[in-house]
Design a protein around this ligand. Structure first.
Ligand code: AMP
Ligand code: GLY
Length: 421
């Protein structure tokens, strides 16, 4: 197939890598891609979605896969579909599950899907009043997309009120904060679960755990994710069943009733509290770096799964996963997550060690290619992935690979998967 992938991260690299490892040959295009995807296919620079759809049509692209949330929330899927193109991702309406936390929370409440007790409001008095009924810590969320920064865990009531005021006044997040969610704090452990959906049917991938804080022991500021592993033994069959019956099924049925059947990746942020799975949030795309560890665990065709999902035929296929584990360790630039960093040349040692060559790989994200040299370009630069028969073996292999990657200012956590080791 000719496949176009939207996005420029490690997530998109890992999808491409999995597709290129299939038996059938595929031709890949990226918009915009990064300095390493150019060696997997053709990087495009067509920013306008209408023009991009025209390009896909003219070049007979068979399938488009959308990585990040922004194009989905902007309606790229609707534009491609209006030209009769096959595209994997939710419609603009269905992407509201991520684009608006108010929409998401009200949807969860309407369909009785477990979530934290909350109020959604644009009234400062109502927000304060509700906050006063909660014990600290108190969670305050801006309604709209804020690049992952729109959630404040306030340690006391005063802090919560400052967060509420600054959001509602537009000071913290502009229009994205003009409505807020105030909700109870859930104390438990967090999981990332991903269901590939076709509007009706779905395939649940192995549960993963992300590491959002920058530093070891979950210290330092929040990031997009510094590492992940899967499958996590923190989920047993009973918990998978609960997630399916109480979260995924009612979500797919509910979205159909809302007139916005959900196609694409439903990313469920879950807090497990006393054995119950509570929905923290929905995203409408793969997590990054979770995608980088889930793709290599798939033993059946990844492109076929996306294609069947995009054509409402998931029921026809059986998706298979390896019985191994994957651990991904993110390497970020010096100033991540605060500011950009000076580009730094990346040197990857030649792999002579058979174990490393066979059981590890790199998914590239924030990199650029200049005159054949790869540079770390800021943000999260790459993910070293290790595969193994146990989480420990996968983790050790991922770190072996990390030891072979060099660039000035490189930053990584040394404790990925600590929760289960
Ligand atoms: P969200 O973008 O809604 O997933 O929030 C970002 C992060 O904030 C989550 O990954 C959790 O770590 C944390 N968080 C969000 N809501 C809650 C909550 N109600 N209780 C505890 N932690 C939360
Ligand atoms: N790793 C979490 C996310 O992609 O939002």
């Amino acid at each position: 197939m000719k496949i176009l992938i939207l996005g420029n991260g490690g997530r998109e690299f890992s999808i491409a890598r999995a597709i290129l490892n299939e038996k059938e040959a595929h031709e890949l295009f990226f918009m915009p891609g990064n300095g390493a995807t150019s060696s997997l296919g053709t990087n495009l620079s067509i920013k306008d979605y209408n023009e991009l759809a025209e390009y896909a049509k003219a070049n007979e692209v068979d399938l488009t896969i959308v990585g990040p949330e922004a194009p989905l929330v902007d309606g790229v899927v609707d534009i491609f579909k209006s030209l009769g193109l096959t595209i994997f991702g939710p419609s603009k309406e269905a992407a509201k599950l991520e684009g608006s936390k108010v929409y998401m929370k009200n949807f969860l409440a309407k369909y009785n899907i477990p979530t934290a007790r909350y109020i959604e409001t644009s009234s400062i008095e109502d927000a304060f009043k509700f906050a006063d009924t909660l014990n600290a810590p108190i969670v305050v969320k801006a309604d709209g997309l804020c690049g992952g920064k729109g959630v404040i865990i306030a340690q006391n009531h005063d802090e919560a009120k400052v967060a509420i005021s600054e959001m509602l006044s537009g000071k913290s997040f502009g229009d994205a904060g003009l409505k807020v969610i105030v909700e109870e704090f859930l104390d438990g452990y967090e999981l990332s679960m991903f269901a590939v959906c076709d509007g009706e049917d779905y395939i649940l991938l192995p549960a993963a755990q992300d590491h959002k804080r920058l530093k070891d022991n979950d210290e330092g500021p929040n990031t997009g994710g510094m590492g992940a592993y899967a499958p996590t033994p923190l989920v047993d069959e009973a918990l998978y069943q609960k997630v399916k019956e109480r979260i995924i099924r009612p979500t797919l049925d509910g979205m159909k009733k809302e007139g916005a059947p959900f196609e694409g990746v439903l990313f469920i942020g879950i807090m497990v509290v006393k054995g119950e799975a509570i929905t923290l949030e929905f995203n409408v795309r793969f997590g990054d770096p979770e995608c980088e560890i889930l793709m290599p665990l798939m033993t059946s065709s990844v492109s076929d799964m996306f294609y069947k999902a995009a054509t409402n035929r998931l029921g026809e296929i059986k998706v298979e996963f390896s019985n191994q584990y994957a651990v991904g360790v993110v390497m970020a630039s010096e100033n991540y997550p605060y500011s950009s960093s000076t580009p730094a040349e990346i040197i990857v040692d030649d792999v002579h060690h058979e174990e490393i060559a066979k059981y590890t790989h790199i998914s590239y994200a924030g990199v650029s290619m200049i005159d054949g040299v790869l540079y770390a370009d800021g943000g999260r630069v790459l993910v070293c992935v290790g595969i193994g028969d146990s989480i420990k073996q996968a983790r050790d292999r991922a770190y072996m690979r990390c030891g072979q990657v060099h660039f000035a200012g490189k930053k990584l956590r040394t404790d990925i998967a600590y929760q289960v080791l």
